[in-house]
Ligand binder design. Structure first.
Ligand code: GLC
Length: 523
């Protein structure tokens, strides 16, 4: 990119879910050596950074989001030396590295929690929320559904907003704060360029433990004290060069969301408003405006996220009658038109890669993968299944690299989750060189974005367009046009077409299709 400083402002960031990227040792689970062997895929794609979902030692009660040691690597993924080698090799390939830190909770197998359970007078007891009593302290509903307290053999209860294997940490305690600042330094010292912060808005609790009551302040979502934590983290990040803190902040209120991005807090946060938005021109345009306004007031870069390891893949979402996403509404098993979903996903790629800010690609987005809705329930590993009746495993299926049948080059063994047979047309090998493939579209778009000055730090301006069409300029001479109306529309006056998400209909732009245009000089 033209300006390497503050790289997170316009980076394309690729999320690796290490269990499912590539398996080098044949145990059916992806690993660090698998990633190292496939780094060329990311270099060819042209991404600026990798965000690595957790790779630390873990009993895997929540696929690694239950961390037993933040300073090491789980043997299923490799070794710390392997992780360091990957960081170096990524840097050599011009790719930055972001690691995932999970501060709200740790694993019940972490030495702190073991010490806290073993001896109620241990100092580690204070690092968690233990409460005495015969009754459960509150009747809060956990983030995966179900209750949030588990009773220990000595009769006391401990708090866990997720599974019982993920006890919540007490962020009032200075040792907890000091430990995480030290963990940040551990990874910054190893050269990582950024930190993705898991469940960033949940850390602080109302220590009087009230019930959740409509209209009252929430006892664990977005408490004001959480901002002090991130101010301290920002001071740590600022001790280093150009490191970024990126928050997972699920927050419907845009003004509350923006508080996390104040100049002395996080550098960026995921835009779940955009991810959950319906495939609808009015709602999409409103979402884009809302996002741009919220970020403009504080000078933070917007982010554009279509999918991640927690949500139904967007090829599937956009192929349903109802195209929104929310954890509250389970659309599993409702009819999906994959052709329509794929056409929209191609257009969405050009949308998300041409809006101002940084764009996220979840592994497999670039291959046009859809949700695997045919995993037998007995193979589900996700703890959300059983609590909410929805499993996130359908978006976590191992990537297809090559060949005509499972494991599609992912492994020499049996992949930990089954891959759809139809993915033989979705492998990297099958798509490479096919100009009509999703992979070549992503490659072309990301490379064009790198070259196109207008797509770096410039703002956007809406162009007048027919109803149902989102058209905007970025810098002089560049425009992006997305037709979300149900009918073909004429293109705005332009010099040439740089890239299209699908074939044009003569001079018309078909529905669910996007183009990037070179405008006449002076436009
Ligand atoms: C975040 C992660 C999710 C995990 C949860 C608990 O939402 O993205 O995968 O289950 O936090 O750590």
């Amino acid at each position: 990119m033209a300006d390497q400083n503050q790289w997170w402002r316009d980076a394309v960031i690729y999320q690796i879910y290490p269990r499912s990227f590539a398996d080098a040792d044949g145990d059916g689970v992806g690993d660090i050596d698998g990633i190292r062997a496939h780094l060329h895929h990311l270099r060819d794609l042209g991404v600026d950074a990798i965000w690595m979902s957790p790779w630390y030692p873990s009993p895997m009660a929540d696929a690694g989001y239950d961390v037993a040691d933040f300073r090491d690597i789980d043997p299923v993924f490799g070794t710390l030396a392997g992780a360091e080698a990957l960081i170096t090799e990524a840097h050599e390939a011009g790719i930055r590295m972001i690691v995932d830190i999970v501060p709200n909770h740790i694993s019940s197998a972490h030495p702190w929690f073991k010490a806290a359970l073993a001896d109620p007078s241990a100092k580690e007891r204070e690092y968690f929320w233990f409460r005495p009593g015969t009754e459960m302290p509150t009747s809060w509903t956990g983030e995966f559904g179900g209750t949030t307290w588990t009773q220990t053999p000595d009769g006391s209860w401990y708090l866990h907003l997720f599974t019982p294997e993920q006890p919540d940490l007490n962020w009032e305690h200075p040792d907890v704060r000091a430990e995480f600042e030290s963990i940040l330094r551990f990874w910054f010292d190893r050269g990582v360029d950024g930190i993705r912060i898991d469940s960033a808005a949940l850390l602080l609790k109302d220590t009087t433990f009230p019930e959740v009551v409509d209209g009252q302040p929430h006892p664990f979502h977005d408490l004001d004290g959480v901002h002090d934590v991130y101010r301290a983290w920002r001071r740590v990040a600022d001790e280093y060069d150009d490191r970024a803190l990126i928050g997972e902040v699920w927050m419907p209120e845009v003004d509350r969301f923006a508080r996390y991005l104040r100049p002395d807090e996080l550098h960026a946060a995921f835009n779940f408003d955009f991810l959950g938005c319906a495939w609808d021109p009015t709602l999409m345009r409103e979402c884009i405006d809302r996002t741009l306004d919220a970020h403009a007031t504080i000078g933070a870069p917007p982010t554009w996220v279509l999918s991640n390891h927690d949500v139904t893949r967007h090829v599937t979402r956009y192929g349903r009658e109802k195209t929104t996403f929310s954890f509250e509404e389970n659309l599993d098993g409702t009819p999906v038109d994959l052709e329509l979903g794929t056409r929209r996903a191609r257009a969405a790629a050009l949308l998300s890669l041409s809006l101002p800010g940084s764009a996220y690609v979840y592994q497999g987005d670039e291959l046009g993968l859809w949700e695997n809705e045919n995993i037998p329930p007995e193979e589900f590993a996700d703890p959300m299944w059983g609590r909410r009746g929805h499993s996130r495993d359908g978006c976590r299926v191992p990537l297809p690299w090559s060949g005509d049948e499972q494991p599609f080059g992912f492994s020499t063994g049996t992949p930990w989750l089954p891959q759809p047979a139809e993915w033989k047309d979705r492998t990297v090998q099958a798509q490479t060189g096919d100009p009509s493939s999703m992979l070549e579209l992503y490659r072309a778009a990301i490379h064009l974005r790198r070259r196109e000055e207008g797509l770096h730090r410039s703002t956007m301006a809406w162009l007048d367009a027919a109803p149902g069409v989102l058209a905007y300029t970025r810098g002089p001479g560049f425009a992006s046009v997305l037709n979300m109306s149900g009918a073909p529309v004429p293109l705005p006056d332009h010099h040439s077409c740089l890239l299209a998400s699908g074939p044009l209909d003569g001079t018309l732009l078909p529905p669910d299709t996007a183009v990037w245009l070179r405008l006449h000089p002076g436009k």
